[in-house]
Design a protein around this ligand. Structure first.
Ligand code: ADP
Length: 528
């Protein structure tokens, strides 16, 4: 990357609808903040444009002040300015109230709200005389920036910019993403960046939308190797005839690349984290995690016992493997007697090294919220049942709670991520930063970042890493059992080995150090 770094600094403007920690729903918010910080640290000028939601968490904004206002779209738009994690952020507040609805997503007119925002963001750049080198938009919610720019603003004086489009999750707004891509037929410089591996079903959508493009286009899709091979396989299996006969697809397959997400090592830092009781590094990980576990137990009213603690931090959606999450919580559900038991029969070695099957107890903390009220209700019922039957060992917190998430990452022994598909996944990376061992379903980015201690030594070595967790295949409870059993037996049976594993995962680098250079390379490539 030496060549890339020597090039002159760039001005990058992100148009985004989420940003951690002030307006975060999921990983998109984390990426906007942490990627921007990493790129800024490399000497570039980065700005973020965000809607000014009435539910913004302003306590995390420094020097918040009125910046200017302008008229557009039949209303006045007030622009505010304030720093978040050292980044300069402009907040657009249309006086028509589109963002005064108490939430980020979840309105019937989300498409209209964010479409308006994208347009207003370009208008703001134009009216303020900004000339960014890169306009970086994200997912369906800011995809319209791509075509609005090419249709209008490029001709009005913002002509210098190139558009980089990151698809974080194809599940959302596939049609809009398709439209952003389709638009790039005409725009010759549109750069689509598919950051992460996506699930197979999504690739079906993806490849069919490629095939539907009739005219020539210039899109660089960025996928990781895993997805690339999946795509090639899919394309060759399902669409072999079309692809070989299609002059559009074949020449562009070589442009598929991928960039994994990273986590921000300052935001997620057990040595400097105001939400956990004592600072720790890999040198005192056992002590640090013990203290965090005790605080977590106390905070949530769990019994202060030395049991393995399983943590789950997630949006409760089908993507995240709800049925497997439930299984991981319940472990055994004897329907007749309605007995819920949070225990595992795991094989344990005694002092003589003989193996016994023993019932081992676990404690579980889930932090999750469901956008779908039916799923939320379902979990509320489950929480009521579990809290009355096993209140001292299980807690389901059905809300969004950033501070609590920090304490769980630190206090849990394991973080379970049983996603059905996962473009990249940040929870397993954050877990490792806090010395918690990931137990994951082997899919997408989870597969690319978690290497099973029993099965993935070679795969890890190929990445110059040591194994760092437990994983399972399949999408049924037997898979969860298989991974969790091994994890829990290691905790009970080989504590020294387990503690060394915690230390080891903490020392692995899952920050933006490497991915930010990949992004820079992408930005420069977009300008060529
Ligand atoms: P996705 O973007 O699909 O939700 P990621 O793993 O990429 O999944 O990112 C999820 C992010 O959201 C992580 O930073 C995780 O800690 C956070 N998160 C998810 N659910 C909650 C919650 N209920 N409370 C606090 N943070 C949450």
């Amino acid at each position: 990357f030496g060549g890339v770094i020597k090039e002159p600094p760039m001005h990058i403007v992100h148009v985004a609808v989420e940003m951690a920690p002030i307006a975060k729903v999921g990983g998109l918010g984390d990426v906007v903040t942490s990627l921007s910080r990493a790129i800024q640290d490399l000497g570039h000028n980065v700005n973020i444009i965000l809607p000014k939601y009435d539910c913004l968490n302003l306590s995390n904004v420094k020097d918040f002040q009125f910046h200017r206002s302008y008229a557009w779209g039949g209303t006045e738009i007030k622009v505010w300015f304030g720093k978040v994690e050292g980044l300069s952020v402009y907040y657009l507040e249309p006086q028509n109230g589109l963002f005064w609805v108490g939430c980020i997503y979840g309105c019937r007119n989300d498409g209209e709200r964010f479409g308006f925002f994208c347009h207003a963001a370009l208008e703001f750049l134009l009216q303020s005389g900004f000339h960014p080198d890169i306009l970086h938009c994200h997912d369906w919610s800011s995809a319209p920036v791509a075509w609005l720019y090419k249709d209008h603003y490029m001709h009005y004086g913002l002509s210098k910019a190139r558009v980089v489009f990151t698809i974080h999750n194809l599940e959302f707004g596939a049609q809009l993403i398709g439209k952003a891509m389709a638009y790039s037929d005409k725009a010759n410089t549109f750069l689509a960046d598919l950051v992460d591996a996506v699930g197979f079903d999504l690739l079906t959508f993806w490849s069919s939308s490629l095939l539907n493009m009739k005219s020539s286009f210039s899109i660089v899709l960025r996928l990781n190797n895993f997805t690339l091979s999946a795509l090639e396989k899919l394309v060759s299996q399902t669409y072999s005839k079309e692809v070989s006969g299609n002059p559009i697809i074949a020449p562009h397959l070589h442009k598929f690349h991928g960039i994994l997400n990273g986590i921000d090592p300052d935001i997620w830092d057990p040595y400097n984290d105001k939400f956990i009781p004592i600072s720790y590094t890999s040198d005192n990980v056992v002590e640090g995690k013990r203290a965090a576990k005790e605080t977590l137990q106390q905070w949530l009213g769990l019994k202060r016992s030395d049991l393995p603690l399983v943590g789950i931090i997630t949006r409760l959606t089908v993507q995240k493997g709800i049925h497997l999450i439930k299984h991981a919580i319940l472990r055994t559900l004897e329907r007749n007697g309605q007995v819920l038991s949070l225990s595992l029969s795991v094989s344990i070695k005694d002092k003589e090294g003989l193996i016994h099957l023993r019932k081992c107890f676990i404690s579980v903390v889930l932090l999750g919220s469901a956008p779908d009220p039916r799923i939320q209700n379902d979990f509320v019922n489950l929480a009521n049942n579990l809290h009355s039957s096993h209140g001292d060992r299980v807690r389901l917190c059905l809300t969004y709670d950033e501070p609590l998430s920090h304490l769980i990452y630190a206090g849990a022994d394991f973080i379970v991520v049983p996603s059905i598909f996962e473009p990249c996944g940040l929870t397993q990376l954050t877990a490792m930063r806090y010395g918690s061992i990931p137990v994951v379903r082997k899919t997408g980015g989870l597969c690319d970042t978690v290497f099973d201690v029993d099965h993935d030594k070679e795969r890890a070595e190929a990445q110059s890493l040591e194994p760092n967790g437990f994983s399972f295949e399949g999408a049924d409870s037997a898979g969860v059992d298989y991974a969790l059993n091994r994890a829990i037996s290691a905790w009970y049976d080989s504590r020294d080995w387990f503690n060394a594993l915690c230390k080891r995962v903490m020392e692995q680098d899952w920050s933006w150090n490497r991915p930010s250079l990949d992004y820079l390379e992408l930005y420069y490539a977009a300008r060529k």
